[in-house]
Design a protein around this ligand. Structure first.
Ligand code: SAM
Ligand code: DTB
Ligand code: SF4
Length: 326
């Protein structure tokens, strides 16, 4: 019996990364089967509800106003557009709909509109997720009351490397938002990005911080950097794919109950590499031809991959700690 632990040390995390690859994968898959239904993957669809012109300076992000990435900005979408997209996502097999906005933090007028979107998406029988930047305790409670099941807010990297990536808000700001979300009783979706030029110790540091939060995030997205021309990280060195798999496996071992999402970067991954990620304990994906602003595999391609691997989409709400009423 594996027990859930929040007292991991950095040395223990580092030792997991140092395991021979096959031992690491074996251990991750063993724990995976203790806590999750095998051959099942949770399916989420993303929609950018407000695109670009973001005041923050996240070095990886095509939506920052500071970098010329050729991206066209878009105001907050109309409610109708969002419900249409959510219905389409449900019809094509998604069970969770994640709405992303390029905000530092939502302004009251915008939040009111987003609350209406959450209510509408929830009423379609989908799980709801939003990522709107920093939120206060009051805002988190408003989101929860509107029916938000998950709030996504990533730590992105280790506390030490963070300063190299973002200067416009601190690691502590991020931890404060995560606390507000937890205290409001929502499920926390929090992970990071690999391939930003970080050292091995920064990957250790990120997973250590996630696994020693007062409660493990219910959802842990592991993103491979999408290198977008015009961003400071456009020319970051390519990642060794096995290092990405190691990241998934260690996340699985440290946070056994969490859904670990094989997140951004799938468009550049082979089917075999994705299968290895599932073997290492990934059990959630973004589904649909677009992430927020960059590409994702076609739905038909993903359906074929699931068929070839005999993977089934996870039924609604098996993951939620706090399933809010529709
Ligand atoms: N503006 C909000 C915020 O930053 O909290 C929400 C949207 S933001 C785009 C959500 C997350 O997307 C970021 O925290 C980051 O982890 C991820 N992301 C953004 N650009 C990415 C890229 N080029 N490659 C991989 N992940 C990326
Ligand atoms: C997460 O961890 N990854 C998603 C979601 N949460 C919001 C975003 C990935 C964005 C990739 C770059 C883009 O499409 O703009
Ligand atoms: Fe803005 Fe979020 Fe992109 Fe940072 S990651 S620039 S906060 S949209």
């Amino acid at each position: 019996m594996t027990t859930l632990r929040n007292d991991w040390t950095k040395v223990e995390v580092s030792n997991l990364f140092a395991l021979p690859f096959m031992d690491l994968i074996f251990r991750a898959q063993t724990i995976h089967r203790e806590f999750h239904i095998p051959n099942t993957v949770q399916v989420s669809t993303l929609l950018s509800i407000k695109t670009g012109a973001c005041p923050e300076d996240c070095a990886y992000c095509p939506q920052s106003v500071r970098y010329d990435t050729g991206l066209e900005s878009e105001e907050l979408l109309e409610l109708n557009t969002v419900t249409q997209k959510a219905r389409a996502a449900k019809d094509s097999g998604a069970t969770r709909f994640c709405m992303g906005a390029a905000y530092r933090s939502p302004k009251p007028r915008d939040l009111t509109k987003v609350l209406a979107m959450i209510k509408a998406v929830k009423s379609l029988g989908l799980e709801t997720c939003a990522t709107l930047g920093m939120v206060s305790s009051t805002q988190a409670l408003e989101l929860k009351q509107a029916g938000l099941d998950y709030y996504n807010h990533n730590l992105d990297t280790s506390a030490e490397y963070y300063k190299e990536i973002i200067s416009t808000r601190t690691y502590q700001d991020r931890l404060d938002t995560l606390q507000a979300v937890r205290d409001a009783g929502m499920n926390v979706c929090c992970g990071g990005i690999v391939g930003m030029g970080e050292q091995a110790e920064d990957r250790v540091g990120l997973l250590y911080t996630l696994a020693t939060l007062p409660e493990h995030p219910q959802s842990v997205p592991i993103n491979q950097l999408v290198r977008v021309a015009g961003t400071p990280l456009a020319d970051a060195a390519a990642l060794d794919p096995f290092d990405f798999v190691r990241m998934v496996a260690v996340a699985r071992i440290l946070m056994p109950r969490a859904h670990v999402r094989l997140s951004a970067g799938r468009a550049e991954m082979s089917d075999e590499l994705q299968a290895l990620c599932f073997l290492a304990g990934a059990n959630s994906i973004f589904y649909g031809e677009k992430l927020l602003t960059t590409g994702n595999p076609d739905t038909a391609e993903d359906q074929k991959l699931f068929e070839r691997l005999q993977i089934a989409a996870e039924p609604l709400a098996t993951a939620a700690r706090h399933a809010s009423a529709a």
